[in-house]
Ligand binder design. Structure first.
Ligand SMILES: Cc1ncc(C[n+]2csc(CCOP(=O)(O)OP(=O)(O)O)c2C)c(N)n1
Ligand SMILES: [Mg+2]
Length: 565
């Protein structure tokens, strides 16, 4: 197969795929070669400009692409084959869809000539396209080799546009070997990135009045802020408003910024703050069930919601006014001509009281997160799974830089952390960042249950020399579910886990592994775990209490109550 960079008039479908990806700003991807897509892999082999990372499961390819995009801001590709390969990406696509992350699934289908009949073709999947399409913001079935460049250009407009999310291109595998006609093969520019219509002056003026009239405004920033971060912070500084973030928006304001009031998911003190406020300005923020204590959080009398996509945040929290458009432009206009005001809220006292309250709980989880924060640099990255320590981190781990705290808020799935850490490490590698030493570290926090969804990716860490540091909290249990069962039913059932020796397992993959049994040992071994070159696993044998169990986060009052039998 000729080089993918050749401009010959008769390129083949697979070359058209790789050329179109590069033209669209997709320079990296994750996947597994298969009989249906090896023609693409042959082109990737000849295209060193494209960074491809082989993984151990298509699910990983999806999560890694998601994390690559979250960390780098650049879309990433997932290469998967007909049927099982494509379907293994469904949960990652769900996560990327609900979190607005640009990933492109380049998936194959059975040969075009077989599509008029049915039955027995290798990997044949009834209605494959219709299964995947609802989890995307753009899906295109390619009907001829000539359509490949335009399909990828169409996807790129969504990936690089104002409301990004997953895209899916389905290509019958025989098209990858078929020549494009000369006119179709001529380099097609990526479609223009859709721009958002500018807002008319009237809603902006009424929003500006709302801000001016409010005496006690509070802001909440989410991961949908995009380029609007600086202007949104200008609005906050003008209003001297306390600033919260959603869990996935952590880092949109540095935790040590004088206006930062932390993550909304801590509830308690956040509810007190919101009760004193007269206006909430939410910017690019999805107020999720998890972050709002099952939607019980009471918002101030007025809520100005600024989003790039009217459909993005959902409608479970009503807005007094919604401004949907270019968030940077909207916030820029709102901050324009603002007269400076003095603050209404004593942030130092708020933070001091919160710190004292949390320390008085004497929680090992909170102490461990404090140790970790102390050992990390501002720009180091923490990637989360769904375990008790991750819930503590969502609420209380201080984040200093944007895109340095990744959390599967979109789906709440187990098994995200390790593949996502792979994605971040690959993004750093592709960007030529120095991964060795103290400059930029990636910490993956998971529980023993979630870790076992995707632990085979330890092999990927070693194969690509990705220096991910895993903190594995082993309580031999689906611990948080045990807590819920005890609170609802007084008993647990099917949460005990018989686990392997994780250290031996990690060592057999080629990782350095250590086990600690107490906070004191954790503290002692943390520096060498973090600083030793290459990937490493630190297994912490402990039983942590959930933040709701010790009152660090108040329990939602609408939990079902069943008297124990
Ligand atoms: C795919 C998926 N299946 C099930 C769940 C439900 N769930 C949430 S947390 C959890 C327990 C996780 O156990 P572990 O990773 O060991 O963390 P721990 O709670 O013990 O700290 C389960 C089963 C989920 N979130 N995602
Ligand atoms: Mg556990």
């Amino acid at each position: 197969m000729a080089s993918a960079s050749s401009q010959s008039a008769s390129i083949l479908g697979a070359q058209a795929v790789v050329e179109a990806l590069l033209r669209s700003g997709v320079h990296a991807g994750f996947g597994i070669p298969s009989i249906h897509n090896i023609a693409i892999y042959e082109c990737l082999r000849q295209t060193p400009r494209f960074s491809h990372f082989v993984v151990r499961h298509e699910q990983t390819a999806g999560y890694a692409a998601d994390a690559f995009a979250r960390y780098s801001g650049k879309p990433a590709a997932i290469f998967a084959s007909t049927g099982p390969g494509n379907l293994f990406t469904l949960v990652p696509l769900l996560e990327s869809l609900q979190s607005g992350v640009p990933v492109l699934l380049v998936g194959t289908n059975i040969a075009s000539a077989l599509q008029s009949g049915h039955g027995g073709a290798l990997h044949e999947t009834p209605q494959q396209f219709d299964i995947i399409r609802p989890l995307t913001r753009f899906a295109r079935r390619v009907m001829s080799p000539d359509e490949i460049p335009a399909a990828i250009a169409g996807a790129a407009a969504v990936l690089n546009g104002p409301n990004p999310g997953p895209a899916f291109i389905e290509i019958p595998h025989d098209f990858l070997y078929a020549p494009l006609t000369a006119s179709a093969a001529v380099s097609k520019k990526a479609d223009a990135v859709a721009s958002i219509a500018s807002l008319s002056p009237a809603p902006l003026a009424s929003a500006a009045r709302m801000l001016e009239q409010s005496k006690r405004p509070v802001m909440v920033l989410g991961s949908g802020l995009g380029q609007g971060r600086e202007p949104a912070l200008k609005v906050a500084e003008w209003l001297q408003a306390p600033v919260l973030t959603t869990t996935s928006g952590k880092g949109m304001i540095a935790d040590d910024h004088p206006l930062c009031a932390g993550s909304i998911s801590r509830l308690g003190a956040v509810q007190d703050l919101l009760e004193q406020a007269d206006l909430l300005i939410s910017v690019g923020a999805k107020l999720t069930e998890f972050d709002t204590g099952r939607y019980l959080l009471k918002l101030p009398a007025q809520h100005l919601q600024i989003v790039s996509d009217a459909n993005y945040p959902g409608d479970r929290f009503p807005a007094t006014q919604q401004l949907a458009g270019d968030i940077a432009a909207i916030c820029g206009e709102l901050a324009e001509g603002a007269k400076s005001r003095s603050g209404w809220f004593d942030m130092a006292a708020f933070r001091g009281q919160e710190q004292q309250r949390l320390q008085s709980l004497k929680s090992d989880a909170f102490t461990a997160l404090g140790l970790l924060r102390g050992a990390l640099h501002r720009e180091d990255v923490v990637v989360n799974d769904q375990s008790i320590l991750n819930y503590w981190a969502s609420a209380f781990f201080p984040v200093m830089e944007r895109n340095t705290f990744l959390y599967p808020s979109g789906s709440g799935t187990l098994g995200y952390a390790l593949p996502a850490a792979v994605g971040v490490a690959c993004a750093m590698q592709a960007a030529g960042l120095n991964l060795v030493g103290k400059q930029q570290r990636i910490v993956c926090i998971a529980g023993d249950g979630g870790f076992q969804y995707t632990l085979h990716e330890l092999a990927t860490l070693v194969q690509h020399n990705l220096p991910v540091k895993i903190l594995l909290v082993n309580d031999e249990s689906y611990g948080v579910i045990g807590f819920l069962q005890r609170s609802y039913f007084g008993q647990t059932h099917e949460v005990a886990l018989k686990n392997p020796d994780f250290c031996k397992l990690a060592e057999s993959y080629g990782l350095r592994a250590q086990r600690v049994n107490s906070v004191a040992e954790l503290e002692k071994h943390m520096p060498e775990w973090l600083d030793h070159p290459g990937p490493g696993l630190l297994e912490w044998r402990t039983t942590l209490q959930a933040p709701w169990e010790v009152g660090a986060i108040p329990r939602p009052t609408n939990m079902p109550q069943v008297s124990p039998k």
